[in-house]
Write a protein that binds this ligand. Structure first.
Ligand code: 5AD
Ligand code: SF4
Length: 439
């Protein structure tokens, strides 16, 4: 038998891409590929790209240019582009970079085996359709090998919200939810393979409304079904939109013990004028009231968020409103970005904020966020948390894992194993992690 072909996948962007890359590797496993960490060894290089950041496509082109030498040395090497840049650029990729053999958009990954065969036969293979069928159902199922204690599981894809700055509705398409039975089957398989924590993924995960046994199910309904799986100890979900934070989901945060006290709920800005121009369809006040209700259900919940500064027409007073909102919420984690134009989105056509001014605002916002993050992390010292251990730490005999609040915690204890959940007392707060002792 010939040696297996080697696949090198490089993943950019969000957790959904991480999940997709795993599934693509499994699908190509059926075509005789094994994964390699070395690009030089590869028979196929696949870039799973992200379009959310500035000049995303240009970065992909320059990355592709670096493979010229490899392809010259190994003419059989196949090069593919997947993900949101593949969707956005389509055929243009092969035109601009002829060494690319395969382009596949996020909704067509189940067609990867056929596309790979076509590329092997020396043809150009392209698929950026939005087909009707459920790609995850059509993708080869995960091999049954043991795996780490945490996993992602995509339950919903796409977005119908059309925020004025965002490319997701164009690259990932309309909002679609996977049927509940398929998700539960996949979750059970993951647990059989050693997974103890599942993070449900979706661009608008809390808008989930997949088919269930008695009509459509909400995300809370799905969480309660997952709650019944023995051996599954922790459930998380990301990313949510404030307008889809339904009553049953808020309530689940107070009553479902497996649902972790952490919520990523992007607001983007604190000024109602800007929120309106962003097409967010909520106000700063409605967002703050929502957080009050979530905190009433689960007082210790750790909030996380996303922010954009320097959105077109943002004044200093608008920016101050963002700072005020951040002061009021106090996020445990928050990701902040300087607005940058995405061709084809409505905000791209508008009057842009002076870049130096936007830089200055970003630094000021990040200073406040970092202060809160620090204070919240430091306030864990002396408290008892539960930690799901994932892997050995840097020092001998050390294990690292995550608390319920998603803080990284390391413990010096040679008796600990990956997959174990233990009570830990936090004794110190470091740069990016907490130190604890087993209780
Ligand atoms: N410019 C800056 N940030 C953006 N995001 C999305 N589109 C843009 C853009 N054009 C940010 C949002 C979103 C996060 C994933 O990326 O804050 O929540
Ligand atoms: Fe993009 Fe999220 Fe807005 Fe959808 S809700 S358009 S994914 S920022």
């Amino acid at each position: 038998m010939s040696d297996p072909k080697k696949l090198f996948i490089k993943t950019y962007g969000c957790q959904m891409n991480v999940y997709d890359s795993e599934r693509m590797a499994e699908a190509l496993g059926g075509q005789g590929y094994v994964e390699t960490q070395s690009v030089e060894d590869a028979d196929m290089i696949l870039l799973n790209t992200c379009h959310i950041r500035e000049k995303a496509a240009e970065k992909v082109y320059s990355e592709l240019g670096r493979f010229k030498g490899l392809k010259a040395a190994k003419p059989d090497l196949k090069i593919g582009v997947a993900g949101c840049v593949a969707q956005a650029e389509g055929e243009e990729i092969m035109r601009r970079q002829p060494l690319v053999d395969l382009v596949v958009g996020p909704q067509s990954y189940h067609r990867l085996p056929e596309l790979e065969a076509k590329a092997r036969a020396g043809e150009k293979a392209l698929d950026t359709d939005f087909p009707e069928e459920d790609k995850f159902e059509k993708l080869k199922s995960r091999p049954k090998a043991k795996r780490g204690p945490t996993a992602f599981l995509t339950v919903q894809e796409g977005c119908d919200k059309f925020c004025a700055f965002c490319v997701v509705p164009y690259t990932r398409g309309a909002e679609v939810s996977r049927p509940a039975d398929r998700i539960l089957r996949e979750a059970n398989e993951l647990v059989e393979r050693g997974v103890r924590e599942i993070t449900l993924l979706g661009q608008n995960v809390n808008a989930y409304h997949g088919a269930g046994p008695n009509g459509d199910m909400t995300l809370a309904g799905l969480i309660w079904e997952l709650d019944k799986i023995d051996g599954l100890e922790r459930i998380r979900f990301t990313t949510s939109h404030p307008n889809d934070m339904s009553d049953d989901l808020i309530e689940a945060h107070g009553t479902c013990a497996k649902l972790m006290p952490y919520l990523h709920l992007p607001v983007q800005a604190g000024s109602d004028k800007i929120l309106k121009r962003m097409n967010r369809s909520h106000t700063a006040e409605s967002y703050l009231r929502l957080i009050e209700r979530i905190r009433a259900a689960r007082p210790d919940i750790l909030m996380s968020g996303d922010f954009i500064v320097g959105f077109p027409e943002e004044t200093e007073a608008d920016f101050q409103a963002t700072l005020d909102l951040v002061e009021e919420v106090r996020y445990g984690y928050a990701y902040s970005f300087k607005y940058s134009t995405r061709p084809g989105t409505p905000a791209a056509e508008r009057a842009q904020v002076d870049p130096a001014e936007a830089d200055d605002r970003l630094h000021r916002l990040q200073a406040v966020i970092t202060r809160h993050q620090r204070e919240i992390q430091d306030s864990m010292v002396g408290r008892e948390v539960s930690v799901l251990f994932e892997k050995p730490g840097r020092l001998p005999g050390q294990m690292v894992g995550k608390s319920e609040y998603l803080h990284a915690v390391h413990v010096q204890d040679s008796g600990l194993e990956a997959g174990q959940i233990t009570r830990v007392r936090i004794v110190a707060s470091g740069a990016n992690s907490l130190a604890g002792e087993r209780v």
